[in-house]
Design a protein around this ligand. Structure first.
Ligand code: DX5
Ligand code: ZN
Length: 220
């Protein structure tokens, strides 16, 4: 069966203490660290880029699950690879013409390629990337509009997760946005196995409890 990965979104952390925030999440049982890269153009918010990934990499060996909400993902592959990113997930809406080149380049820089899609984008758009000779390793189904932490989970997006899981039994399927104790059951039963959680983890009095609850909801 599938094994769940829990990836706290560092967007909800105290960015002025990123290394200790990361260490704390790993102590609490996090599997991955989810890093939200936003360019102020693809989404109406601006966060961090390769320099911050490079700084964090000096303090941790953890898998850095990088989610690129940027208009020109190809421009970020080399800097993110050099910085020490582990996963590089780009948006299908931003890579219509060049996803093949993008996937090839991500792999050549030693990273794992993933493709993300916004709530309004049909799931069919990612099928070619999963079925390619040189495929992506993961599909990230956005469960809120990308751009900000702390938004409400959109249950309608679960149809996409179910469709993907039926079609691709061993694919890594990540969900991102509004996940926490009250929404995890929907994502788990639909077939997600990589869970991003920002505000529900960082805002909890005992984040370790939330991480373990999320983990146990998904594992068989
Ligand atoms: C939103 C980001 C998410 C966000 C999740 O654009 O991709 O990773 O930080 O935060 P929560 O879990 O608070 O919805
Ligand atoms: Zn994200």
């Amino acid at each position: 069966g599938v094994t769940a990965k829990i990836a706290p979104s560092m967007l909800s952390s105290d960015f002025s203490n990123l290394a200790s925030e990361a260490a704390r999440m790993l102590d609490y049982g996090a599997d991955w660290l989810h890093m939200d890269i936003m360019d102020g153009h693809f989404v109406p918010n601006l966060t961090i880029g390769a320099p911050v990934i490079e700084s964090l990499r000096k303090h941790t060996k953890a898998y850095l699950d990088c989610h690129l909400m940027v208009t020109n993902p190809l421009d970020y592959v080399e800097p993110m690879g050099k910085a020490g990113a582990s996963g590089f997930t780009f948006h299908v809406e931003a890579s219509k013409d060049n996803w093949q080149e993008l996937v090839q380049k991500i792999k050549s820089k030693g990273m794992s390629p993933g493709v993300a899609l916004k709530p309004g984008t049909p799931i069919e758009e990612v099928f070619p990337l999963v079925e390619a000779d040189n495929p992506v390793d993961m599909v990230l189904v956005m469960t809120v509009e990308p751009g900000f932490g702390g938004q409400k989970f959109m249950p309608d997006t679960m149809d996409k997760v179910r469709t993907l899981r039926q079609k691709y039994p061993s694919l890594d399927i990540e969900v991102d946005g509004g996940l926490g104790p009250s929404t995890i059951a929907m994502a788990a039963s639909a077939g997600a196995n990589c869970i991003v959680a920002g505000s529900s983890v960082f805002g909890a009095p005992e984040p370790a409890h939330v991480i373990s609850l999320l983990k146990n909801s998904v594992e068989e």
